[in-house]
Design a binder for this molecule. Structure first.
Ligand code: SF4
Ligand code: SF4
Length: 319
């Protein structure tokens, strides 16, 4: 059992600095989030991408796989699963389930968290995720998931609809649910099963460790919730992102217009520019500038975009 502790963040940013930081994060997210989603789906055949139902189901599988796993590996694995089963993945789930052993070859691609790996072989976790997805499809039977979600009047209703199924509820935890509904419903991401019915301002940030790290290091929040008391173990300064979500959402709502883009911007700065172990941290100059894949897309000048406003509370770690 982890002993959660609350500590002051260090230096908190001024209101005006917070507004600047949130705006920068929002712009970074706006530049990169559509590309990220495109990257997930671009390896799929055109007919899948153009078919709302297939795409809605495929992204649900991706969100299922994302739990307790490294996100890029979960996304690559989802595409490989489609390559094995083709459209049977969407319309013949029972047949796929009976041939789930065909997916054993993909298990090395799929990287799960070390904590899960200690209690379950990798393929075991994989089978639970994919098997859960196929079981849910069997329960949907002929129901169109995209239409069902699109009929929901609000995001809350869509989330409740997903969570009302015990299989989905047990696999798709809160963060992944928020991520999934933003993929299929955010008006700027091109799928929008609701056809504009879901208001952008009602989305909720998924918030992972990297987002928590950037909000803490930059001084956007006043307190950090972390794993242990200072000095009681090597992981004492690891942020518990799920517990910090309300204060992160509140800080974002005060200064931003689109929390999904702010979340994604913080995630990208967190994994690219602001490493957990501080090696090559890009505050004033970035050692990765010559080969960085996002630099040009976000207009980075070779140092962290938050340089002028961030409070650099670098004690805090994502993982
Ligand atoms: S790289 Fe430096 S300036 Fe950028 S968010 Fe991290 S601590 Fe702040
Ligand atoms: S070049 Fe460095 S600072 Fe700029 S976006 Fe890439 S990783 Fe971040």
């Amino acid at each position: 059992m982890i002993d959660l502790v609350k500590s002051p963040v260090g230096k908190e940013a001024s209101t005006s600095d917070k507004a600047h930081i949130i705006k920068i994060l929002e712009n970074v997210g706006r530049a990169l989030q559509p590309l990220e989603l495109a990257q997930i789906i671009n390896s799929l055949p055109k007919d899948v991408v153009l078919d709302k139902e297939k795409l809605t189901r495929f992204l649900l599988l991706t969100a299922f796989l994302d739990q307790q796993a490294e996100s890029p590996s979960a996304r690559r694995t989802a595409i490989k699963i489609y390559n094995v089963f083709g459209d049977y993945l969407f319309f013949e789930p029972q047949q796929c389930l009976m041939q789930i052993n065909k997916l054993a070859a993909l298990k090395d691609e799929y990287k799960i968290s070390p904590a899960i790996g200690r209690v379950l072989p990798r393929f075991g976790w994989f089978v639970l995720r994919v098997g859960g997805f196929l079981t849910y499809e069997m329960m949907l039977d002929k129901t169109s998931l995209s239409e069902k979600l699109g009929q929901c009047k609000s995001l809350g209703e869509a989330t409740a609809f997903l969570q009302s199924n015990p299989v989905v509820e047990s696999i798709l935890r809160e963060k992944a649910t928020r991520m999934y509904v933003s993929w299929i419903g955010h008006p700027d991401l091109g799928i929008d099963v609701s056809n504009g019915k879901w208001n952008k301002s009602f989305f909720e940030m998924p918030v992972d460790g990297h987002v928590g790290k950037i909000f803490s290091r930059a001084g956007l929040v006043s307190e950090v919730i972390h794993e242990e008391k200072e000095g009681s173990g090597s992981r004492w300064n690891v942020i518990v992102a799920s517990k910090m979500r309300p204060s992160i959402q509140e800080a974002t709502n005060q200064h931003g217009e689109d929390c999904i883009m702010v979340d994604h911007g913080a995630f990208q700065i967190g994994i690219n520019c602001c490493p957990d172990n501080l090696e090559g941290i890009a505050c004033d100059s970035c050692p990765r500038a010559s080969f960085c894949q996002i630099k040009a897309k976000i207009g980075c000048k070779g140092y962290c975009m938050l340089r002028d406003y961030c409070k650099r509370n670098v004690t805090w770690r994502a993982y």
